[in-house]
Design a protein around this ligand. Structure first.
Ligand code: ADP
Ligand code: MG
Length: 277
């Protein structure tokens, strides 16, 4: 498997005010994301996750170190367009991402900006809306929709650009449990179709469904591994003010009472399947 994103010793500093003082938001982070895989980033508020995300599609350019997308160096201005075509972003607040007063126009916005021809835009918009199960809402006004529905429209907008990778920055943070479940299911489906996914989340049960997890703390990568590898380090996670997913917590408590649950059980669904067998 090849790396789609490669981050090498990334440092990002925000310069504050005219006195030139700076905040180092990301401090020497390296990792890679395999093509077609699903990676999650967890970490408490202010740990540098959003800054990391914006470095993935040249919205921010490294202060030092390198980010390569599909082999393209994001710090080369000649690559910015190609990088943004490959990596789309979906942010936390769906209201800030919706630009049109009709759902289908909103989804068409991205491909229009890429200069895609109208027939092809029509095809992409219909396909993207079908993919997020919002096709029947195509003539509706986005502000009439629920948070989860709006976020799925924002995702359709990203999908219509036919990126190879989508970076989701806490896409479920403002949603109710139902909206969260809908959005996560769409994310997993897109990954199943071959789109590389980088999901930033503070819901551990979402991270548990990734292939790999990166744990950030104060700008630094503290851990990296499979969900099973990460969540077995419950004490270290707690020290970083992070938790383990509910199913892992339950498995640990059952273990204290001598009921052994295998380590691969990371989600409530896994737990239910296992207990029913
Ligand atoms: P997270 O997404 O994990 O909450 P961020 O990447 O948003 O973390 O922020 C990391 C650090 O960078 C924080 O200390 C934050 O205050 C600082 N920061 C974020 N955005 C800016 C900005 N535009 N200007 C100055 N400092 C910023
Ligand atoms: Mg953030």
């Amino acid at each position: 498997m090849s790396d789609f994103i490669r981050v090498e010793d990334l440092v990002y500093e925000y310069v504050k005010g005219e006195d030139g003082t700076s905040v180092r938001a990301v401090d020497g982070v390296s990792f890679s994301v395999e093509k077609g895989s699903f990676a999650a980033v967890i970490g408490q508020n202010g740990s540098g996750k959003s800054t990391l995300a914006k470095n993935m599609n040249a919205l921010l350019i490294p202060t030092s170190g390198k980010v390569f997308v599909d082999g393209l160096d994001t710090s080369d201005p000649a690559n910015v367009w190609e990088v943004r075509k490959r990596v789309a972003m979906v942010f936390q607040n769906p209201d800030n991402q919706i630009v049109s007063s009709i759902v289908e126009d909103d989804v068409a916005f991205g491909p229009e900006n890429l200069g895609t021809d109208p027939a092809e835009i029509r095809r992409r918009v219909d396909e993207a809306l079908t993919g997020v199960e919002m096709y029947d809402f195509r003539k509706k006004a986005p502000h009439m929709l629920s948070g989860g529905q709006k976020q799925r429209i924002a995702i359709a907008g990203a999908v219509a650009m036919e990126p190879e990778c989508i970076v989701f920055d806490e896409p479920t943070a403002m949603l109710d449990p139902r909206g969260r479940a809908e959005v996560l299911s769409v994310i997993k489906e897109l990954n199943g179709k071959g789109i590389t996914v980088l999901l930033i989340t503070h819901f551990m049960e979402e991270a548990a469904q990734a292939d790999r997890i990166i744990v950030m703390d104060r700008g630094v990568k503290k851990m990296e591994g499979t969900p099973a590898e990460i969540f077995r380090r419950a004490d270290e996670l707690r020290a970083l003010s992070l938790d383990v997913p509910p199913a892992v917590d339950m498995a640990m408590r059952l273990k204290e009472r001598d009921i052994d649950i295998p380590e691969g059980i990371l989600t409530i669904d896994d737990m239910v399947d296992y207990l029913c067998r």
